[in-house]
Write a protein that binds this ligand. Structure first.
Ligand code: SF4
Ligand code: FES
Length: 281
């Protein structure tokens, strides 16, 4: 049975369906899934969907563990396993990320693909799995995309220049609680790229805004504040990402709940930098 993305389900419904009110799923029967997976040999090849059966999958497995099981079967039959990105499998590194039934990172809000569990799906469901779709994220193979464009945005200005020497005393630079809290919210961005994949314009505004804000909000980020925001916004454009048109799909897809108010903050900083004339060198 196919199912539309679960973004429309209320949190209460999701909790009931997951059976994870602080405890394990009540229904532990293994389930079967039909997977329609995007297969693409390399960057130059034309891709296509291939259907696989995932059988006897524990509801307590993660989505990536389910793909591991499917891959073991493929390898056992002498077939090419499905390539997908992952590293920490704890929602920290930002490496994982696929589009599941049209939703970046799948149906559960604020959940990376590696933390999505099979108990979010029903026995017999048909699931479509695709890579991030964005011109600036070329497909490397199957579900893996090249997100180097995000790294290049960070390299253009997502740092502070400091004199080396002894470590400064803790709390030597006072930071207001409001600024510290906001900077921490922005710093939660794991660079997964789901915001780009979810945006109809494939904009990287939410990612860039988070990376600009977590430095521009702190005293240590002030000397390079104007140059940073100009360099990062212009690099984002150079990399071919689209413009923000306030759809807010990025915020809905973000596994770390980064809010679109950071985009407003970034463009306020960008305008301010233009007015003060302190652009990048
Ligand atoms: S803003 Fe959210 S969705 Fe975008 S890269 Fe950062 S964590 Fe991922
Ligand atoms: S594998 Fe690290 S966030 Fe998913």
């Amino acid at each position: 049975m196919s199912r539309a993305p679960d973004m429309t389900l209320s949190p209460a419904t999701l909790v009931e369906r997951d059976g994870d009110k602080g405890g394990p799923s009540a229904d532990r029967r293994a389930i079967n899934l039909t997977l329609n997976v995007w297969r693409q040999k390399d960057r130059q090849s034309v891709g296509k969907f291939v259907t696989y059966q995932a059988r006897d999958i524990s509801p307590d497995m993660s989505f990536l563990e389910m793909l591991d099981v499917v891959n073991e079967g493929l390898i056992g039959r002498g077939e090419e396993p499905i390539a997908f990105d992952h590293d920490c499998r704890e929602g920290i590194c930002g490496q994982c990320g696929v589009v599941v039934d049209g939703a970046a990172h799948g149906p559960r809000p604020q959940t990376t693909t590696c933390q999505l569990h099979i108990r979010s799906f029903r026995d017999g469901e048909s699931i479509t799995i695709e890579p991030w779709r964005a011109a600036s994220f070329p497909v490397i193979k199957d579900l893996m995309v090249d997100r180097g464009a995000l790294d290049r945005i960070i390299a253009s200005g997502g740092f502070v220049s400091v004199r080396t020497g002894n470590a400064p005393d803790g709390n030597a630079i006072p930071v207001s609680k409001d600024s510290a809290d906001l900077a921490m919210d922005a710093a939660a961005c794991i660079g997964c790229g789901a915001c780009v994949a979810a945006c109809p314009n494939a904009s990287a505004s939410l990612f860039t805004a988070a990376k600009v804000a977590h430095l521009n909000l702190l005293p240590q980020g002030q000397p390079e504040r104007d140059r940073r925001v100009v360099a990062m916004v212009e690099k984002m454009d150079d990399e071919g990402f689209g413009s923000c048109s306030n759809h807010a799909e990025c915020e809905a897809a973000c596994p770390k709940a980064i809010g679109i108010e950071f985009i407003s903050r970034m463009y306020r900083d960008y305008l301010r930098a233009g007015m003060t004339g302190r652009k990048k060198p």
